[in-house]
Design a protein. Structure first.
Length: 356
């Protein structure tokens, strides 16, 4: 791969295990300027944003560590309450109901996500598009009924899709739809945004380091638990058995510091119609599930970018997807192809994160 120019969703297993601290490790930590007192608190697994969430905080004392965990969870709950399409009282549900009839004013977090979403749509030539809700709904119902949508149904849904049909007003923080029936789905970016808000809240509360995992959208920052030099993130083998159970085999382990790691895939959520799987990640140009990649892992500086880019590359496919990521500084990708053999393709700088 050529050198990058200097221009501008498996359950992932986190390994950040405390080990016995020797005098040697304490000496190294002092030499590297790392805090000697590293106390860890964990949230355990919680169900937020329609998936399992886990937060780990490293702090100078137990009380601060627990406070940081609580602050992180609060931000994830906030984003869930604002942006879940499954909550009829959420702000995004209100937008979906009313934004064609009249202009809708939204909160700062929601507007920020909408604005970033449009930026990613332009960057990816529409591969990432939060207006795919009508197609997502259509294929979800098709899976329940085990019947592929008709061409007429697909055409009707597609007519309501397109980020250019959104009118954003940055000064007033408002949104309007130009076409009736648009339904926004923030599933490809809201989790990552929630992770970033949680990380910010934890840092403001005095955390020394932390890990946030929201269904495979992960961010690791600051000092890892005592005895660890880096945070470890395991990537699962992207396949399920005949019962739909996800494999627990690891393809590889990443070692990261101050990085976000997001994995999107077609093997956990899909519509099964006449024995064929259709990915839940919708390709707006084909109006069907994305094809060609079993999983896409993005390593980036923040989880919002990683989340949106993982979705976009899943849609774009390996060739166009890799070409895009190679143009984005400080961002890498690990792609695993569909099929019986899981072929891995990496961007030029991804190798440095893989544990040897």
């Amino acid at each position: 791969m050529s050198k990058k120019p200097n221009r501008i969703k498996p359950i992932v297993i986190i390994g950040a295990i405390l080990v016995t601290v020797s005098y040697f490790i304490l000496t190294v930590e002092r030499q590297q300027g790392r805090p000697r007192n590293r106390i860890t608190a964990e949230s355990g697994y919680r169900e937020i944003m329609g998936t399992f969430v886990r937060i780990m905080a490293v702090a100078a004392n137990k009380q601060t560590a627990q406070t940081c965990v609580d602050k992180g969870l609060e931000q994830l709950e906030l984003v869930d309450n604002l942006m879940s399409v499954h909550n009829s009282k959420s702000e995004i549900s209100e937008v979906n109901r009313d934004a064609y009839r009249h202009t809708v004013k939204v909160s700062e977090p929601v507007f920020e996500v909408l604005q970033r979403s449009v930026e990613f749509s332009k960057l990816t030539d529409g591969a990432f598009d939060i207006t795919v809700g009508p197609l997502v709904d259509l294929w979800y119902q098709a899976g329940k009924e085990n019947q592929k949508p008709t061409e007429s149904e697909i055409a009707s849904a597609k007519a309501k899709v397109g980020y250019e049909k959104l009118v954003l007003d940055a000064e007033n923080k408002t949104l309007r739809f130009t076409v009736d029936g648009i339904r926004l789905d923030l599933g490809g970016i809201a989790k990552g945004y929630g992770v970033d808000l949680a990380a910010r809240a934890m840092q403001q509360a005095g955390v020394l380091g932390g890990m946030i995992d929201v269904g495979g959208d992960i961010r690791c920052f600051g000092a890892p638990p005592r005895g660890k030099q880096k945070w470890s993130v395991g990537l699962q083998e992207p396949k399920t058995d005949e019962k739909g159970l996800v494999s627990h085999q690891l393809v590889l382990v990443l070692e990261v510091v101050d990085r976000a790691v997001t994995t999107s895939g077609d093997y956990r959520r899909f519509a099964l119609i006449d024995g064929k799987r259709y990915s839940h990640i919708i390709n707006p140009s084909t109006s069907s599930g994305a094809e060609g990649l079993s999983s896409v892992t993005i390593i980036a500086g923040n989880a919002t970018d990683a989340d949106a880019l993982a979705t976009a590359v899943s849609v774009m496919g390996p060739e166009k997807g890799l070409a895009l990521i190679e143009t984005i500084p400080d961002t890498e990708a690990i792609l695993i192809s569909s099929g019986l053999e899981f072929k891995q393709t990496l961007t030029s700088g991804a190798e440095k994160y893989i544990k040897k």
